[in-house]
Each structure stands twice: as C-alpha cells, then as structure tokens.
Design a protein around this ligand. Structure first.
Ligand SMILES: [Zn+2]
Length: 432
C-alpha cells in the first residue's frame, strides 16, 4: 500500500484520494496547503459572503419572514461557530434545525442545550423513533456496512423540508465534509449543496424508496418518512440554496473550538476516548466510534489517521508522532460496541459475519479465524519523499500544555470540569 509522503493517508482512503506522482503528497495535503497559502484571498471571499447575506436580508423582508436562514446543526463546535457568525457578526435570525438520530451522549446534549441557550435562537429538533432507527441501522449495516445512514439522510433532508414549509431561501452549512480530508473538491469550485451529493455521498446512493425496495418490505414508508426530500417543484418555489461557510471563511477546527469555548462556553470531553486523541470533535454520540471502527475493518484505517493527518498538515505534530497515534488508536474496538449490538439485537458473531466479506482483500490477511492487516503506515521506514514533504513545525504543539483541554495526553491529561456529562465516559446512549 502507498501512503501520502506528508500525512498518513493510504491511497485507498475514502473518498478518492490522489497521490502526486512526483512528490507522493496526497490531494488532501495539497488542498490544505493551498487554503493556508496566500493564494486564497479570504477578504474577497468574505465580501462575497457579505453579498449573499445582504441579498438574503432583502428576501426575508420581501417574503415577510421572521427567520433569515436555516442552520442545520448537531450542537458541535462547528454548529456553534456557524450560528455565532450569523447571529453575532451579521445580526441575522437563523432558525436552527437538528435531526435527532437517537444515539446521544450526554456531552452532545449538553452542548446542544448550550448552543440554544447562548445563541437565543429557535430550534426545531426532529426525533426519529428508535424502532425505525434500529431497523435502518441494522439493515444498512448488512447492506453497506454503515449504521449511520439515517444520521446523514436525516440531517441532509430535514432542513430542506423546514425551508420549504417556512419559505426560507438560504441554508448555511459548515464545511463540505469530504473536501478537507482528501481534497476531492477544490476551493475554486465554490460548491453548493446538491441533491446529487446528498444521495451519492451522504446516503450511499440510497433514497428511501431504494431502502424499501432492497429490504424486501421489512422497512416501510413509515420508517423512512423523515428522509423524503421535497419535490423539485417545492424546492424551486422556495428557491432555497445551501452554501458552505468553509468556502468563505478560513475553516479551522481548533480555532473554532477555542473561539467557541471562550465566547459561548462550548466544552470538550475530558476522558480518554476509544478511537482518537482529539477530545473536541464528534463528541455528541459514540455510534460514530462504531462507524469509524467499521471504516477500519473495511479499509484498514480509522479516525486517528484522519485526526493525526490534520495535525501534521498544521505542523502541530510530526509524521512520526502521528504514526504513534495511529498505532495507539486505529485498531481499538469501541467500548460501546456491545451497546449497539444489543440495540440492533445482534450477536458479535452475526456482526462479523456481515462485515468480514467487506474487508478489502488487498489489505487483510486471514489465518484461521484471525484477521490481520497486511500493511499499515508504520510499516514503512521514513524515506526521502517523507523528508521533502515535511511541513514547517509550528510552536503550537498538539500535546503542549496550552492544548491539554483539547487533546488527550495520558502524561498530561485534561483537567476535570466537575460536570459528569463531560468527565465520565458512558457506554449507554440517550434517545432524547
Ligand atoms: Zn497527505
């Protein structure tokens, strides 16, 4: 397997990553570098954003709306940042829309509540019933090896239904999820949300009718109603467009975390997580851990690869330090594994029977019943391409003392907050 000369991504990373023939550097690293360099005129982009907002204010007035735009939120650091910018810097009245997938951790609920409280914005929260969530999780696990289809389908659908119902023409998303990691979308494209990316990327090619048809009738329209997108005619009448804020603002997860902690009291967790050293991202549920473990079982890498690659690109961690993180976390089975098996009414054996055939053959060896990875990034001794690809190291080290509340370091762990929701790792989840 080939790996990026700079970060830790393997060439089979999803979605498609391209390694440069000459430098061995991946498209994600190149994309990151162009964002950081002066090639990108952020002032000009900000002016474009200002224009969109002016236009929106006009439309709000014309339509007699009380809300200027919709912000689809989870309650995480990016949600906080988006709402903060729109409300505090632009004086808009955003309507927050949140899809509740049932798999909540208390840390996530704490931050969602915090966002509503601090922003003073109205929130529409739709809760999927747990029986359907169970059926869909199990079915999609069997079909594509993913238990979070309903998450993505829910948050990519519900805000449009609300937009149509309330005639709100602007929806503001955070970052284009995939662009940052593997660089499949260029900043030059100014991509906007499309029905196509919703289906192909977020919903793995499955619209509700496809799920029903493929399930042979075990899943019905009642189970998938929340994921039915408005008609083309409805979308056209409302004229709603979905823009990504990351096209207009220099998107920096660590910066958002720090700013939102200071301004609005967003909080990270303080315990050691199962699959990554980053304590402030994707902390609202642990289904994400199982989701990420599935990525490892299929493609041989997990979130520690994603997170360490990002630290390397920012010069906060060397490639060697990143490899240590991959070694420490990528293969860990989530401690909440049994919780989800129980929820889906499935045994461990049934789970692996479903998933083993999905492991990439070039990556995995089987010896009796033991699976082992044929290759991983730590197998490859540093070479000249790695040396040439090194980024200048920043003084802001990942594990420096000033970052101890952001990243878990066993030698210098985060201080407890006194709030159990943030301090204690739980194996169960909450539906509401
Ligand atoms: Zn790379």
């Amino acid at each position: 397997m080939k790996y990026c000369a700079r970060c830790l991504y393997p060439e089979n990373a999803k979605p498609t990553i391209i390694l440069d023939d000459d430098t061995g550097i991946c498209s994600g690293c190149n994309d990151h570098e162009s964002r950081m360099s002066l090639d990108v005129n952020w002032e000009e982009r900000r002016a474009m954003f200002d224009e969109i907002i002016e236009e929106t204010k006009k439309l709000t007035k014309e339509r007699g709306n009380n809300y200027d735009c919709i912000v689809p939120i989870s309650g995480g650091k990016d949600s906080h940042f988006q709402v903060y910018v729109l409300k505090e810097l632009y004086g808009l009245n955003p309507l927050l829309v949140s899809y509740n997938h049932c798999y909540n951790l208390e840390a996530g609920l704490r931050n969602l509540e915090n966002l509503v409280e601090k922003s003073g914005c109205d929130l529409i929260r739709f809760t999927a019933n747990p029986h359907s969530a169970k059926k869909l999780s199990r079915f999609m696990l069997e079909t594509v090896g993913d238990i979070t289809w309903h998450y993505h389908a829910g948050i990519r659908t519900l805000p449009f239904r609300v937009a149509v119902e309330k005639n709100i023409p602007l929806m503001v998303w955070g970052e284009h999820g995939f662009a940052e990691l593997t660089g499949i979308v260029s900043l030059e494209d100014f991509v906007e949300f499309t029905k196509w990316t919703r289906k192909e990327h977020d919903m793995r090619g499955f619209e509700p009718e496809d799920v029903i048809a493929k399930s042979g009738g075990t899943i019905t329209w009642r189970d998938v109603d929340p994921y039915c997108y408005p008609t083309d005619e409805q979308i056209e009448t409302c004229g709603v467009r979905g823009i990504y804020m990351s096209n207009f603002f220099d998107w920096n997860a660590k910066h958002h975390m720090e700013l939102m902690q200071e301004k609005w009291d967003f909080a990270a967790v303080t315990y050691e997580r199962d699959r990554t050293f980053v304590n402030y991202a994707k902390i609202d549920d642990h289904a994400n851990d199982l989701h990420d473990y599935l990525k490892y079982l299929k493609f041989g890498y997990g979130r520690a690869t994603d997170d360490a690659s990002m630290e390397i690109r920012h010069g906060r961690m060397t490639r060697e330090e990143g490899i240590e993180m991959v070694k420490k976390y990528d293969s860990n089975e989530p401690s909440s594994f049994q919780t989800y098996l129980d929820f889906m009414e499935m045994t461990r054996e049934e789970f692996f029977e479903m998933i083993n055939p999905m492991r990439e053959k070039e990556l995995w060896n089987i010896d009796g019943a033991e699976w082992s990875l044929k290759d991983w990034v730590g197998n490859h001794p540093p070479n000249e391409a790695n040396e040439n690809a090194r980024v200048i190291q920043s003084d802001d080290r990942t594990f420096a003392d000033q970052n101890k509340h952001l990243y878990y370091n066993e030698n210098n762990p985060p201080e407890k907050t006194g709030d159990e929701r943030l301090d204690v790792k739980k194996l169960k989840f909450k539906i509401l």
